[in-house]
Design a protein around this ligand. Structure first.
Ligand SMILES: [Zn+2]
Length: 449
C-alpha cells in the first residue's frame, strides 16, 4: 500500500479533529440536551421580548413608545408576581441600547421627543437583535448604561448596603429566576428573616451614577425592582425624576401600587403588565418546562396567571396537598385538640413557600367546588377536572355551603398575606384551624379517602 495516501488521510483526520471535533462534539451534545430539555436555553440568551411569555400588547406598546419618540423619563411597570414585569423591563432596556434598533449613531437620537428635531429610528423593529455587542452585554446584565437597583440587606450590622454590593448575586439570580419574587431574591442572598430595603445610601448612589455621562449607548437606564421597598428615602429621587439628566430613563418595576410613595407614583407613566392567562401559563410550561399538556393545564389553573407559582408547583408536584388537606379537615372537625396540634406541628415544619402553596391549593379546590355546584357534576367543565380533585370538591360541597366556602376563602387569603410577611407559621395555622372549625361549625362530615 502506498504510504502517501495513508499518511495524508491520517493528517487530514487529525486536522479535521483538531479544528472541528473540539467544537462540533460539544455542540452535538448541546443539541441532544436541547431535544430532551427544551427549556435548557443557553444561559445568556434570555432577554429579548421574544423570550418573555405572552404580553404581546405590552411589548408592542413599549416598542412603539420608542419608535414614535413618546417615551417618558420615568415609567412604572406595574404587574403582579409571576407576570414577567421585571423580565419585560430588562428586555426593554436591551431594546433601547440595541445597536440594530437605534442604528448605532455616534450621537444617538433623543427618544423623549420635544427639544431638538428628532432623528427617526433607522430600523422599525419590534425586538432587539440579540446579537450586537450592546445586546450581548445587556443579556449578561453587564451593559455599563443599564443600572439595577433592588432591595438588599446589610451584610453585617451597621453596614450601609448598596445594590451593587450584591451585583454578582443579582446577575446570577435574574438569569436563573427571571420570574422570581422578592422573597426568592432575599433567600438567594441569605437574608433569612431580615427585611430588604432600598436605602437612602442607595438613592445617593443612583443620583451619582446617573449624573455621569453615558458610556456607550447615549442613554442611561435605571431599572429599579420593587420600589415598594424605598420608604421615605425615595423622596431623595424626586428631583432626579422631575428634572432628569438628558437621555435618562427610569424604569420602576412594582407589584403593588398602594405601597409606592405617592410622590413617586404621580411622576411616572404607568405601564400595566397584566397577569398571564391560564392557557399562556400552560403553553409556557409545555414549551419551557417540557410538561405534558394535561398536567400543564392542571398546574396552570392553580397558579392563577403567576408563572413563578406554576414553577414552584411543579417543583413540589410530589407533595400531595390533598392528603395534607384531608388530614387537616379531619383533625379540625373530628380529631380534637391532640390531632390538631400534631397536624399544626407537621405543617409548621414545611416552610413558608410550601405553606403558601398549600393554602393556594385549598383555595383552588374551594373554587372548583363552587364551580361544580353552579354547573352541575355532569357538566363538561366538571368532567374535565381531574377525578381525585372532583371527588374532593364534591365532598367539600357537602361540608360547607357557598357562604361558608366564601368565608374560608377569605381566611385563606388573609393567611397567605401574613405568611408572606413573616408570620409565625405554627401560630398562624393554629388560629386558622380554630377559624375553620367555627366557620364549618357543626357540619362535621368525616372526609375519608
Ligand atoms: Zn442588538
Amino acid at each position: 500500500m502506498c504510504p502517501l495516501p495513508h499518511f495524508f488521510t491520517q493528517r487530514m483526520l487529525g486536522f479535521i479533529y483538531k479544528y472541528t471535533a473540539k467544537k462540533f462534539i460539544p455542540a452535538l451534545l448541546l443539541c441532544c440536551l436541547y431535544t430532551k430539555y427544551p427549556d435548557a436555553k443557553p444561559i445568556f440568551a434570555l432577554m429579548q421580548f421574544s423570550d418573555i411569555i405572552a404580553q404581546a400588547n405590552a411589548k408592542l406598546q413599549l416598542a412603539e413608545l420608542v419608535q414614535h419618540n413618546r417615551l417618558s423619563h420615568a415609567l412604572l411597570f406595574l404587574g403582579k408576581e409571576g407576570s414577567g414585569a421585571l423580565s419585560l423591563a430588562m428586555a426593554f432596556g436591551q431594546y433601547i441600547v440595541c445597536d440594530t434598533v437605534n442604528g448605532k449613531k455616534k450621537a444617538a437620537p433623543s427618544l423623549f421627543g420635544g427639544g431638538e428635531p428628532v432623528t427617526p429610528m433607522t430600523v422599525a423593529t419590534n425586538d432587539s437583535c440579540g446579537v450586537c455587542p450592546s445586546c450581548s452585554k445587556a443579556q449578561k446584565f453587564v451593559h455599563p448604561d443599564i443600572h439595577f437597583s433592588y432591595p438588599v440587606v446589610p451584610k453585617k450590622s451597621g453596614d450601609k448596603p448598596l445594590s451593587t454590593d450584591y451585583v454578582t448575586e443579582w446577575r446570577e439570580f435574574i438569569q436563573q429566576t427571571p420570574y422570581g419574587n422578592v422573597f426568592d431574591w432575599l433567600q438567594f442572598i441569605g437574608a433569612e428573616n431580615k427585611q430588604g430595603n432600598i436605602t437612602v445610601h442607595e438613592c445617593n448612589d443612583i443620583i451619582h451614577k446617573l449624573s455621569l455621562k453615558s458610556f456607550e449607548s447615549g442613554y442611561k437606564i435605571l431599572i429599579m425592582w420593587m420600589p415598594e421597598y424605598l420608604g421615605n428615602a425615595g423622596n431623595k429621587l424626586l428631583k432626579l425624576i422631575e428634572e432628569p439628566p438628558p437621555d435618562t430613563l427610569y424604569i420602576l418595576v412594582a407589584e403593588n401600587e398602594s405601597q409606592i410613595l405617592p410622590t413617586i407614583l404621580s411622576r411616572c407613566q404607568l405601564v400595566k403588565i397584566p397577569g398571564l392567562t391560564t392557557s399562556e401559563v400552560a403553553s409556557a410550561l409545555t414549551e419551557r418546562a417540557n410538561m405534558n399538556a394535561d398536567k400543564a393545564l392542571q398546574v396552570a389553573s392553580i397558579s392563577e396567571g403567576n408563572y413563578r407559582e406554576a414553577l414552584q408547583l411543579i417543583q413540589h408536584a410530589e407533595e400531595d396537598w390533598q392528603d395534607l388537606l384531608r388530614e387537616w379537615l379531619n383533625a379540625t372537625l373530628k380529631g380534637g385538640p391532640l390531632a390538631q396540634v400534631k397536624w399544626i406541628e407537621e405543617i409548621g415544619k414545611l416552610g413558608r413557600e410550601k405553606q403558601k402553596q398549600f393554602l393556594r391549593y385549598f383555595n383552588h379546590l374551594l373554587e372548583q367546588s363552587v364551580r361544580l355546584k353552579s354547573m352541575g357534576p355532569d357538566s363538561p367543565q366538571a368532567r374535565n377536572m381531574p377525578e381525585k380533585e372532583r371527588d374532593f370538591a364534591i365532598r367539600l360541597n357537602k361540608l360547607a355551603d357557598i357562604n361558608q366556602q366564601q368565608a374560608i376563602i377569605e381566611e385563606l387569603d388573609k393567611a397567605a398575606y401574613y405568611i408572606e410577611r413573616n408570620a409565625h407559621g405554627k401560630m398562624l395555622f393554629h388560629a386558622l384551624t380554630i377559624k375553620l372549625l367555627h366557620i364549618i361549625a357543626d357540619k362535621s362530615l368525616l372526609l375519608v379517602n
